[in-house]
Design a protein. Structure first.
Length: 416
C-alpha cells in the first residue's frame, strides 16, 4: 500500500465518505456560529467576560452530564440519537437567529441557548463519537480519526473565513441561519448511508447503574486514568495557545492584532499538517504518544524565549502538528483498548477531560501571563507538561509490568 493510499485508507468506505463530507459542512457551520455568537455577546455586553461566560455555559453541561450521555450512547442505537441531536442543534441555531434578528439587547436568552446547546452536546456527543467508529472497520478507526482532525481544521478555517465575509453583510443572524441548515446536510448524509456497511459495536443491555459502571471502569483502569490525566495537563497548560499567542503578540513580540492573526493562521496550518502526519501512521501507539507529548512540551518551553514573531511562529507550527498527533492517539488508544460496550462512556470521559482542560487552562495561563508575563507562562506550562509526560511514562511502564490479564488493558500497555 502506498503512502498516499495509506493516508486516506478510511475513505475507501462509502459510509465514511458520506460522514466525512457531512462533517466538513457541519464543522464549517459550527465555526460560523462560534464567531457570530461571540460577536453578538460582545456587542450586547461590551465585555470579554460576557463572551467567556457564554463559553462556560456551553462547557458546563459536559462536566455534569457527560457520563449520562455516554451511558445513552452505549445503550441506544446511535443513528437515531445522532439525528435527534442534529435536529435539536438546528432548532437552537434557529432560536439564536431569531434573537439576533429581533434585536434583543439582553444576553440572558443567549446564555440560555448556549446552556441548552451544551446539554445537547453532552448527551449526544458520545453517540456522535460512537457512530463515527461504526462507519469504518476497527483497523481503520485511527486513520478515520486523523482524517477527522484534518476535516475539523479545514472546517474551522473555512467557517471563520466565510463568517468574516458574511458578518458585515448579514450580521450574526445570517451566520446562525446557515449553521441551522448545515445540520440537515448531516441528516441527509446519514439517510444515504447503507445499513449493511456499518461496523456496529457491541452495545450494553438496558440496566440500572450504567453511569456508575462507567465511572467505576474509568477509576479502576489505571492506564486509562493516566491517559486522561496527561490529556488534562497537556490540554490545559500546553494547549490553550489562543491565550498565550494573543499575550505574546500584544506584549513581548509587539506584533499587535496582525501578528495574532498570523500566528492563528500558522497554528491552523500546523493542525492540518499534524492531521496528515497522523493519518499516514500505520499504528498509533502509546510510545508515539509519549514521544510526541515530550517533544511539543519542550518546544513550548523554548517558544517562551523566541525573540521574534517569525521564530515564535516557526515554533508554533510543529507544536500544533504534534498536538493533533497527541490528541488523536489518546482518543484512539482509549477507545480501541476499552470494551466496545463501554465505548460511549469512554468517549464521555474524554469529553469531560477536554472540557476540564479548557476550563482550567485558560484562567491559569491568563493569570500567569498577566502576573509574570507570557514568556514565563509558556515556560512554566512547557516544563509542567514535560514533567507530566515523564511521570506518565514511568506509570505506564509500571502498569505494563504488573498487568497479567489479557485484553483490553494488556493490549493497551503492550502497544507502548
Amino acid at each position: 500500500m502506498s503512502v498516499t493510499s495509506s493516508t486516506f485508507r478510511a475513505l475507501r468506505h462509502r459510509n465514511y465518505r458520506l460522514w466525512a463530507g457531512a462533517d466538513l459542512v457541519s464543522v464549517t457551520g459550527t465555526w460560523m456560529q462560534v464567531l457570530g455568537l461571540n460577536w453578538l455577546v460582545l456587542t450586547i455586553t461590551g465585555s470579554a467576560t460576557g463572551v467567556g461566560l457564554s463559553l462556560v455555559m456551553q462547557a458546563l453541561p459536559t462536566l455534569l452530564l457527560g457520563m449520562w450521555g455516554g451511558a445513552l450512547a452505549d445503550r441506544l442505537p446511535t443513528r437515531p440519537v445522532v439525528i435527534a441531536a442534529q435536529l435539536a442543534q438546528a432548532a437552537l441555531a434557529a432560536v439564536l437567529a431569531v434573537i439576533a434578528l429581533s434585536g434583543v439587547q439582553s444576553p440572558l436568552p443567549i446564555y440560555a441557548v448556549a446552556l441548552a446547546g451544551g446539554v445537547v452536546s453532552a448527551l449526544g456527543g458520545p453517540a456522535l463519537g460512537r457512530f463515527g467508529a461504526e462507519v469504518v472497520p476497527r483497523d481503520d478507526l485511527p486513520n478515520a480519526m486523523a482524517l477527522g482532525s484534518i476535516i475539523n481544521s479545514a472546517g474551522r478555517i473555512l467557517g471563520m473565513s466565510v463568517a468574516g465575509m458574511m458578518l458585515p453583510l448579514t450580521g450574526s443572524g445570517g451566520l446562525f441561519v446557515v449553521n441551522a441548515l448545515t445540520f440537515f446536510v448531516v441528516i441527509a448524509g446519514l439517510a444515504c448511508m447503507r445499513s449493511a456497511d456499518f461496523y456496529e459495536l457491541a452495545g450494553e443491555e438496558r440496566q440500572s447503574g450504567a453511569v456508575l459502571a462507567g465511572l467505576r471502569y474509568v477509576l479502576r483502569t489505571p492506564w486509562l486514568l493516566v491517559l486522561l490525566a496527561l490529556s488534562i495537563v497537556l490540554g490545559s497548560l500546553g494547549r490553550n495557545y489562543q491565550v498565550t499567542m494573543a499575550a505574546m503578540s500584544a506584549g513581548p513580540l509587539q506584533a499587535g492584532a496582525g501578528g495574532y492573526g498570523l500566528l492563528s493562521t500558522v497554528f491552523a496550518v500546523g493542525t492540518v499538517v499534524g492531521g496528515f502526519v497522523t493519518a499516514s501512521r500505520p499504528r498509533l501507539t502509546i510510545r508515539l504518544l509519549l514521544i510526541s507529548a515530550f517533544a511539543i512540551s519542550v518546544l513550548q518551553a523554548l517558544s517562551g524565549v523566541m525573540p521574534s514573531l517569525a521564530s515564535f511562529a516557526a515554533a508554533m507550527l510543529p507544536i500544533a502538528a504534534g498536538a493533533i498527533l497527541v490528541d488523536t492517539t489518546v482518543s484512539a488508544r482509549a477507545q480501541l483498548d476499552s470494551p466496545d460496550a463501554m465505548r460511549g462512556r469512554v468517549l464521555a470521559a474524554l469529553g469531560i477531560a477536554s472540557a476540564a482542560s479548557g476550563a482550567l487552562g485558560g484562567p491559569v495561563l491568563g493569570w500567569l501571563s498577566d502576573s509574570f508575563g507570557p514568556r514565563v507562562a509558556l515556560q512554566v506550562g512547557g516544563v509542567s507538561c514535560v514533567a507530566a509526560t515523564l511521570l506518565a511514562a514511568v506509570l505506564l511502564a509500571r502498569f505494563r509490568k504488573s498487568v497479567t490479564s489479557p485484553a483490553p488493558a494488556r493490549v493497551a500497555l503492550e502497544n507502548a
